[in-house]
Design a protein around this ligand. Sequence first.
Ligand code: MG
Length: 378
Amino acid sequence: MSVLQSQRGVALLGSTGSIGRSTLDVLRRQQEHFRLVALTAGRNRDELEAQVAEWQPAYAALAGLHQDTRWPTGPDVLVEAATHPDADIVVNAVVGAAGLEATLAALQAGKRVALANKETLVMAGDLVAQAACAGGGEIVPIDSEHSAVLQCVTGRDGGLARLILTASGGPFRAWDAERVWHATVEEALQHPTWRMGTKITVDCATLANKALELIEAHYLFGLPYDALEVVVHPQSVVHAFAEFCDGSVLAQLGFPTMELPILYALTHPERLPDSGVRRFDPVAAGPLTFEPVRTDIFRALEAGVAAGRAGGTAPAVFNAANEVAVAAFLEGAIPFGRISETIEQTLEAHTPFPATSVEAVRTADEWARKKAQENVRQ
Ligand code: MG
């Protein structure tokens, strides 16, 4: 039976962020197929109230506050919303490590997790796979590159040999090393093709985002790191290439918008017509160009891939060190160039251990945050 024949319940975690708002835009056009049953915001009480007034969900909460007179608060509300009995699909659009327990709980409860919170997979890819296996849930990526790969491989029986994820290259793609090192917060937040939250925009400028995405791809598609590559593609029209064992390459294209991957994560493996997405026009897209990553300048990429290869708790440490360093950069505490250096120094000081439980992952995460804090204060 088509998954789209009955109206499906959606729980949205991170409703006031960039992906959260785009998800609501998609749902507004697709109300025949989906109904919003639960909403969680971080700290934005006013916007949550406006969303609740419009959508009338059965559950709403503020995950980023300790107390509130009207709404449930605290990190536990994410799990509460993610396991809501009326939710078939959980859109996890929480930023950073905070989204982990909600993803695991939703998978254990047999739900589809439409995942924008890539940190979850990076920190605990094996635990996520186990939770899905145990509870019958599934992960469908919202990340545009991974959505592209999923769209290329869906309906094809195996034979996937290599993935090439595209990167816009960020605002400093063509800058020299010295200028990149001293780039300001304002400059780092000028993303050339995508409009997103501040954390991920800085991750795009350092290319730490691509390291997170390669680790995410490793867990989602089961390929070794030698079969995962990144190419710089400034126009952000091709989102990924999937190469099969016979050498054939498929790609997914579209003008940059997160609404398409969001809708696909809700409907996979089927599709729904959507009037809100700009139609593709190859002439308007202009020349599509590709170039190698300058890994000597954007060192966070190789540091993250090395963490992925090391496995165990190393990816969680990479992620935590990056979160701390990005926050310090945004506060003006360190120059841009210190972000990748902080990541490298934190990883160097870490001896990875198996990430076999949430406690182990949280232990590594907390250790890395302390270590990275020491590093940024040097
Ligand atoms: Mg992406």
